[in-house]
Write a protein that binds this ligand. Structure first.
Ligand SMILES: *Cc1c(COP(=O)(O)O)cnc(C)c1O
Length: 458
């Protein structure tokens, strides 16, 4: 299997090369050259353990990683989870399930992708005998999960840009308290979109990229999207066969990586009723799916900070598929978006590919309280966004993207009780290390990376 760019001006890449560079050289995103039709095969995967299902899915894409190594890497990656089921499906009522995706080491769904990606990077460093510089931007959970996947790994330095003061104190501790010298949390002045913009600029600098072997760990990385496909299949297979087609997956959404993964599996043959994009008050995606208007607004800090995003980087992959895999059209739309900050789509067949909802902070607070009262179940503020207007859906599977203990203040305000987790309590005893950058332009970041790259060894 080869991977091509959504913008059509990059040579097809192998899986390992596409994963290593992250962003395609033409600034598009990598997608499989063709999506395999798995409709017959997936029905026979019923009953597989999570890592075994992951292998059965992933082997179609990671075709340049030897099977026995891939299997071993996958099993090792998911051995860090604290629940035997990895992604338990919890029934709250008839037609309402929660898919708990917070049993990994940093208690958010991003661990599913980043535990695996960390081990794939480590394999590449040893196969190529060449160190890698990993760069990412985070609104909170990506950075923590990426650092958890990569800290202490030989031949990898990881730099994570995050908006100073806009990630929760516990998220910040997850990034800054590893005690490992290959981890560089960069606290920048600005918001997440500023971090993402400078990240794109540094990644787009080809000379610098090749000098330090730069790789993007953000949700644009193909390996992450593919890893996230697996829990949709896993949940789908837990339903009786005659109910599967009635499922609507409801996904708290920011950068659009999570929901895109599920939607791609549906294009490979996992038949469901639909997908719903659940946003917080930063609602560009809700405006798009409800009216066709994709125009950037200002980012407003919310109770669900990992969704405080306006420019959803994975949306380009959706546009590519919505435009029937036409790279020229995709490139034109993305370039127009870059110059105008907006584009319009009035084709209903595209707008109907997903439904959407929006929730502001007041509703998030009320919903956490309401779900607790009704089902005696505590949800975090991101997951709460998924509980909007569920009456419209017959058979909803709401993806729970984080453990409530990661956002103790909002949860306490809503239900009057503390939500804790032992791994977070342990962090409070450690000494944080971070690098504040008051003028976070591309030059500053390049020189910071260069000065820390010299000492790297494989
Ligand atoms: C990252 C994140 C999201 C948003 O996921 P995307 O893939 O960016 O849409 C939602 N909730 C939590 C807790 C997250 O960490």
């Amino acid at each position: 299997m080869k991977f091509v760019s959504t913008r059509g001006q990059t040579e097809p890449h192998s899986f390992s090369d596409a994963v290593r560079v992250g962003l395609a050289p033409d600034l598009g995103l990598f997608v499989p050259e063709t999506l395999p039709d798995l409709s017959d095969e997936i029905a026979s995967c019923e009953g597989l353990s999570y890592p075994n299902l992951c292998y059965e899915f992933y082997k179609h894409f990671a075709t340049d990683v030897p099977a026995d190594e891939l299997k071993e890497i996958i099993h090792r990656s998911y051995s860090t989870f604290d629940h035997d089921d990895h992604a338990p499906l919890v029934k709250l009522a008839d037609g309402l399930h929660v898919l708990e995706l917070f049993h990994g080491p940093t208690l958010a769904f991003k661990d599913f992708a980043l535990q695996l990606l960390g081990n794939l990077y480590e394999r590449q460093v040893s196969v190529r005998d060449d160190p890698i510089t990993v760069l990412g931007a985070t609104s909170g959970d990506t950075g923590a999960a990426a650092i958890s996947g990569l800290h202490g790994k030989t031949g990898v330095n990881i730099y994570i840009l995050y908006p100073d003061g806009r990630v929760s104190p516990l998220q910040e501790r997850q990034m800054t308290c590893t005690g490992d010298e290959n981890v560089f949390p960069l606290a920048i002045a600005g918001n997440f979109d500023d971090a993402q913009a400078v990240l794109k600029e540094v990644l787009g600098d080809k000379e610098f990229s090749s000098k330090v072997n730069l790789s993007a760990v953000n949700s644009i990385n193909l390996a992450r999207i593919l890893a996230q496909c697996v829990y949709y299949l896993y949940a789908w297979l837990k339903f009786p066969a005659d109910q599967r087609e009635s499922i609507t997956f409801v996904v708290p959404t920011g950068n659009f990586g999570n929901i895109l993964a599920g939607w791609m599996v549906s294009k490979m043959g996992m038949r469901v009723a639909g997908f719903r994009v659940a946003t917080n008050q930063n609602d560009i995606l809700h405006r798009f799916f409800s009216s066709g208007d994709y125009s950037v607004g200002d980012v407003h800090a919310s109770y669900a900070p990992s969704m405080d995003i306006q420019v959803a980087s994975n949306f380009e992959r959706f546009i590519y598929y919505a435009f029937k895999e036409n790279p020229d059209k995709t490139r034109n739309v993305m370039l127009r978006f870059k110059s105008d900050g907006a584009f319009q789509v009035d084709d209903d067949s595209i707008l109907n590919m997903m439904s959407s909802s929006r929730m502001d902070d007041g509703e998030i607070n009320a919903k956490i309280a309401n779900v607790y009262e009704k089902y005696n179940y505590v949800i975090d503020p991101h997951t709460a966004c998924g509980f909007k207007d569920l009456e419209d859906i017959d058979n909803a599977v709401v993806l729970s993207t984080a453990h409530p203990a990661k956002f103790p203040d909002v949860v306490k305000e809503a239900i009057g009780q503390d939500s804790t987790h032992s791994s977070l309590e342990a962090l409070k005893l450690l000494e944080p290390v971070k690098y504040p950058l008051s003028s976070p332009d591309a030059d500053t970041i390049r020189s910071f990376i260069t000065s820390n790259t010299q000492s790297m060894q494989v």
